[in-house]
Design a protein around this ligand. Structure first.
Ligand code: NAP
Length: 255
C-alpha cells in the first residue's frame, strides 16, 4: 500500500482497543505491516481482521507489557513475521480504576495500587523500549512513540499513581532520545488530553460537563485524532523530531 509508512513494519501495544486500535488501522492505511499486540489476543485479532478486510497486512500477538519475557517474545514474533521493526507505538495502559477504588487521594492510595499502575504504564513502556531498541540497533534505526498523557505534564486529582507513571514515560522518552540520537533511532511521546475510548467512558459520564469547561474546544478527542499524529511521528517526515512530548488535547494544557 502507498502511504507515509509504505514498506515499514510496525508494532502497537494496546492495539485491541481505543487509541491503539485506531493507530493500528491508520498505520496500515499508510502502508505499514502491523503487529497488533494486546493482553487479550482476541481483541488484537479483531483489529487485525479490520486491517485485513481493508487490504492491509497484520498479525495479532497476545502479550502483557508488564511481563518482560512476554515483551521479548512479542518483539521477536513481530520481527519474525515482518523481518524488521521500523515503528513501535508503546501505548498499552490502564487507568486508576483498574488498580483501586475511584477518587482516592494520595494518602488513601495503597502501595499495591501505586505499584500496579507503575508496572503497566511505566515499566511496561520501559520493557517494550528495551527490547525494541535491541532490534532497532541491529537493523540501523527506527522510530518509537510512547503514549504518555497530559497527566505526564501536569497533576490531576485522585490519580497520583497515573500521574507518576505518565511523568515517568515523558522522562524515559527524553533519556532514550538522547541515548540513541546517534543510532538513527528517534524516541518521542504523545500526550493526549481527554479522548473518547473504553478507558475513559465510565468515568466521563459522571463529570462530562464539568470536565469540558476545562477544554477550550469543549469536546473529547477521538482516537483517530491521536492516531494521525502518531503515524506522522513514526514516519520519515518527522525526521528531526526526537525527545519531544506532543500534546493533543483540544487546548486543555494551554488553558
Ligand atoms: P483502552 O481503550 O482501554 O485501550 C488500552 C488497551 O491496553 C486495552 O486493549 C487494554 O486491554 C490494553 N492493556 C492494558 N493493560 C495491558 C497490559 N498489561 N499489557 C498489554 N495490554 C494491556 O484505552 P485508551 O484510552 O485507548 O488508552 C491507550 C493509552 O492512552 C493508555 O496508555 C492511556 O493511559 C493513554 N491515554 C488515554 C487517554 C484517554 O483519555 N483515553 C488520555 C491520555 C492518555 P484490556 O482492554 O484487556 O484492559
Amino acid at each position: 500500500m502507498a502511504g507515509i509508512l509504505a514498506g515499514k513494519s510496525a508494532l502497537v501495544t494496546g492495539g485491541g482497543s481505543g487509541i491503539g486500535r485506531a493507530t493500528s488501522l491508520a498505520m496500515a492505511r499508510e502502508g505499514a505491516r502491523v503487529a497488533v499486540a494486546d493482553q487479550t489476543e482476541a481483541a488484537a485479532a479483531e483489529t487485525v481482521a479490520m486491517i485485513n478486510s481493508s487490504g492491509g497486512q497484520a498479525i495479532a500477538i497476545g502479550a502483557d507489557v508488564a511481563d518482560e519475557a512476554q515483551v521479548q517474545a512479542m518483539v521477536a514474533r513481530s520481527v519474525a513475521a515482518f523481518g524488521r521493526l521500523d515503528c513501535a507505538f508503546n501505548n498499552a495502559g490502564i487507568s486508576p480504576r483498574h488498580v483501586g477504588p475511584a477518587g482516592q487521594r494520595t494518602h488513601e492510595m495503597s502501595r499495591e495500587s501505586f505499584d500496579g499502575m507503575l508496572a503497566v504504564n511505566l515499566t511496561g513502556v520501559f520493557l517494550c523500549m528495551k527490547h525494541e531498541i535491541v532490534q532497532m540497533l541491529a537493523q540501523g534505526g527506527g522510530a518509537i512513540v510512547n503514549t504518555a498523557s497530559i497527566a505526564g505534564l501536569i497533576g490531576l486529582y485522585s490519580a497520583s499513581n497515573y500521574v507518576a507513571a505518565k511523568h515517568g514515560v515523558v522522562g524515559v522518552t527524553k533519556s532514550a532520545a538522547l541515548e540513541y540520537a546517534q543510532d538513527n533511532i528517534r524516541v518521542n511521546c504523545v500526550n493526549p488530553g481527554y479522548i473518547k475510548t473504553p478507558m475513559t467512558d465510565p468515568s466521563m459520564a459522571e463529570r462530562y460537563d464539568q470536565l469540558m469547561t476545562k477544554v477550550p474546544m469543549h469536546r473529547l478527542g477521538t482516537p483517530e485524532e491521536i492516531a494521525e499524529a502518531v503515524v506522522w511521528m513514526c514516519s520519515d517526515r518527522a525526521s528531526f523530531m526526537t525527545g519531544a512530548s506532543h500534546v493533543i488535547d483540544g487546548g486543555y494544557y494551554a488553558a
